[in-house]
Design a protein around this ligand. Sequence first.
Ligand code: PLP
Length: 449
Amino acid sequence: MRSLSRSNAHFKKAATKMPLGVSSNFRYWGDDKTIYIDRGKGGRIWDIDDNEYIDYRLAYGPIILGYGDERVDAAAREGMNVGGVFALSTELEYEVATRISKMVPAAELVRFSNSGTEAVMAALRIARAFTGKDGHVVMEGGYHGVFSEVMWYSEVEEWTPGEGSPEVQPYGDGVPAVTKRLFHSVQMNDANALEDLLKAKHKEIGAFLIEPIMGNCCGIRADAQYMKDVREICDRYDVLLIIDEVKTGFRVAKGGVQELYGIKADLCTFAKAIGNGYPLAIVAGREDIMRRIEDGVVHGGTFTAHSVSLAAAAKTLEILDETTALADIEAYGRKLQTGLSGILKRRGIPHSFTGHPALMGLFFSDTPPSNYREWIHSDYAFYDALAPELHELGILIEPDSREPWFLCESHNVECLAETLDKFERAIDITLPKLEQQKSEAVAGGLIHP
Ligand code: PLP
C-alpha cells in the first residue's frame, strides 16, 4: 500500500483554510484519499509522500507535451521578461492568433480569455448578440465550465430507461433557477431530436453547443453523418453552431475535432492544450460573428493575453503544428489500447474504447455508448473499483469512468510497459475483491445470486 500520510496530514491543515482543502471541488477525493502534488515531469507526477504516478489525467487535458516541458518553459521565461499584463495589448497576441487561424480554419478571428469557462461564456454571449436569441442547446452529458447558464445536467444515474427522459438538474447549489429557462438539451447522435426541438423553439434558441468527442463523458463520439446533419439543421433554423474544443483542441488533431469531422463551427472555444498547462483560452469564429464584439458585445478581462501564457502558447502551438507530436501521441494511444485490450480479452472482460487515442474512454461493455444514456449499460462499478487499485500501483486515472484518459508526448515506451504491467496487476486484484464482495452480499441476502 502506498503511504498518503503527508497528504492526509496536509489535508487536515488545508481544510481549515480552504473548503475541502482544495481549489477545485473535483480535486477532493475524500478526507483520506485527497493527494497533494510535489512536482510533475514528463508524463509523471509525484505526490508529497513521494509516490510516483504515470499520469493519465494530465490536469484534465492541458498537458499535451509533458509536465515541465523545457522548450515551453524557456519560452514562458521569455514571456516573464515582457512584464505580464498591462491593460494594453502586445504584438505576440497577433502572432498567436495568426497561428491559430492557420491551424483551425473556422477561427477566422480570435479573442483570448483565461479559462475554458470564460471562453464558452463569451461564445454564448456573442451568439446571443448575433442571433438576438437568448436560449441555447447543450448535449446530454456535456460539461462546459462553471458558469450558471451551462450548469445543468441530465441525471441518468437516477433514471430508469423507458420511463421518459432523465430529470434536468443543476450541477450544484447556487445555480439560479432562472438560467434553466435558457437551457435545452438533446441526446448525441439523434438529429431528429435536434430538429424537433428547433422546429418548436427556434425563435428562442440562438446556439447549439457541442463537443463532437465528449471530453467529459467517456469520449462519446458524434457520428460523421450526425455532425453533417447538425451543421445543416443549425443553418436552417438560424442557430449558431458552437464547437467546444476546450478538451479536443490541439489534442485530437492540429485543427482539433473540426479537422477530424471536416466541419466548420460558427464559433469555437479552445483552452487546455494551447499552452501545455499555462492558462490561456480562446473564443474564435466566423469573421462576421466575431466582429459583433466591435458593435456592443463586451469581451475582456484583466488577465487576458498574459505575456507568460502567450509565450508558452506560441511555443506549444509551434511544436504541435510543426512536429509529429500529435501523431506520436496518437500512436502511443493505439498501442496502449491494444495492450489493455489484450489483458482484458484474456480474462473475458467485455470492453471497448471511445473517443480518440489521445483522449480515450475505456468502457466496460462490448460496444461503446453513442449517447450519455447508454453509459449506464456499462459496468462502471467495475471501473470505479479498478481506479483506486491503479492509484495504489502508481497509475493515475480519474476515479469516475466518465472522464477519459489523456495522453501526452512524454508518455514513452517505459510508461507503456509499466502501465500495462500495473493495469494487469490491478485487474487481478479487483476481480477477486469484487467476487468476494458479491458473495458476501449474497450471503447477507442483499442481492440474489
Ligand atoms: N468546456 C469543456 C469541454 C471542458 O472540458 C471544460 C473543463 O473541463 C470547460 C469548458 C471549462 O474549462 P475551464 O475548467 O478551463 O474553465
